[in-house]
Design a protein around this ligand. Structure first.
Ligand code: KG4
Ligand code: ZN
Length: 335
């Protein structure tokens, strides 16, 4: 029997809805990007994000259903991101999902946004990643290594001590005067640069752990750009050298984790998983160690609602909530 879920994701600045069958087949994946509204401020403005969600979400739900050619009465449940994220953004999605659940009587599933990223690697794939797998989850708000023994057994084994990898990309992009959002722009610029042009630091805060750190790297790029050498440097080379440092730290941490514990697969996820240099280094690591790698399609790396439905399907028994009890939680814990 197949399970058809509507996914709703509004934790940050993407108003996203999707219809997914069995946590794998994406019948529709709608995402209204708000970049144009935030670009002039150089970053996401929470109040603008929540107002845009409120204006767009209802049409985005209709859009996901009509593109999937599915009626509300054909759904088996509604999955929504309950946190972590921006509170003003989360409440819009949670309120809509609760209203739909009350109106239809359908089961409601509350999903942790980060679990969504982890299960993005299952979307549109005939062979899912085998358990246990190690996930490198790198986004704008988080950078962590997660051991996934089963859909219900997830453990963070390493994390950033300061900035997330995506945050480092965004802040460094701003130093390079790149347009918002910075990560994809820096990735594009770095393609024409020499990753060995400048030796930026690779911080591993404590050799005994799998933790990482990116704030020192961003600061060293800032100081470098103020020196005569930095002022004369090609921006492409600075971008490529910065990106190489981030990728080295992430790959080093993942390599250490798989050398310490046997895993069946390696999964890359989160917005930064869209980075071309990181994807190639990740696949190369898997090849060197003889472990299968799983990288989501680009549209499933950055925030989307299909991944929220995928996580709800896999964690259905844990994720199911009473719609009267669900509240958005900006600091929702990982487990
Ligand atoms: O997962 P995501 O869409 O939102 C969060 O949950 O944070 O990740 C967004 C982050 C941003 O920091 C963005 O700059 C970064 O992912 N990002 C990239 C690329 N595409 C998105 N960073 C580096 N290279 C990319 N191609
Ligand atoms: Zn995300």
């Amino acid at each position: 029997m197949s399970v058809l879920l509507l996914g709703i994701e509004t934790s940050c600045d993407d108003t996203a809805t999707a219809v997914v069958r069995d946590g794998v087949r994406v019948l529709s994946n709608v995402s209204t990007n708000q970049d144009a509204f935030h670009a002039k401020y150089g970053g996401i403005v929470p109040e603008i994000a929540s107002r845009r969600h409120a204006a767009l979400l209802s049409a985005a739900v209709d859009d996901a259903l009509s593109r999937a050619n599915v009626g509300l009465d054909e759904l088996d449940g509604i999955a929504v991101t309950a946190g972590p994220g921006l509170i003003g953004s989360l409440v819009v999605g949670v309120a809509a999902a609760k209203a739909l659940a009350f109106a239809t009587g359908l089961p409601l599933y509350a999903v942790n946004h980060l679990h969504g990223h982890l299960f993005a690697a299952f979307l549109e794939r005939d062979e899912p990643p085998p358990y246990p797998f190690l996930a490198l989850l790198v986004s704008g708000g988080h950078s962590q290594l997660v051991e996934v023994a089963s859909p219900s057994s997830l453990r963070i084994i390493g994390k950033t001590r300061d900035d997330a990898a995506g945050e480092a990309f965004d802040k460094t992009a701003r130093l390079l005067d790149l347009p918002f959002p910075g990560g994809p722009a820096l990735d594009a610029l770095a393609r024409d640069g020499d990753p060995r042009a400048f030796a930026f630091p690779r911080h591993r805060p404590d050799p005994g752990t799998l933790d990482m750190s990116f704030s020192g790297l961003k600061t060293s790029v800032r100081y470098f750009l103020e020196t005569p050498e930095g002022k004369a440097a090609r921006r492409e080379d600075v971008a490529a050298s910065f990106q190489a440092a981030v990728v080295d730290v992430l790959i080093d941490r993942a390599a250490r984790a798989i050398d310490a514990t046997p895993y069946e697969a390696l999964v890359l996820s989160g917005g930064v998983a869209a980075n071309t240099a990181l994807q190639s280094a990740f696949v190369a690591l898997g090849k060197r160690r003889g472990i299968a790698t799983f990288v989501p399609e680009r549209r499933f790396c950055t925030d989307n609602a299909a991944m929220i439905a995928a996580a709800a399907e896999r964690r259905a028994s844990i994720a199911r909530v009473d719609p009267r009890a669900l509240v958005a939680d900006p600091n929702l814990r990982f487990n």
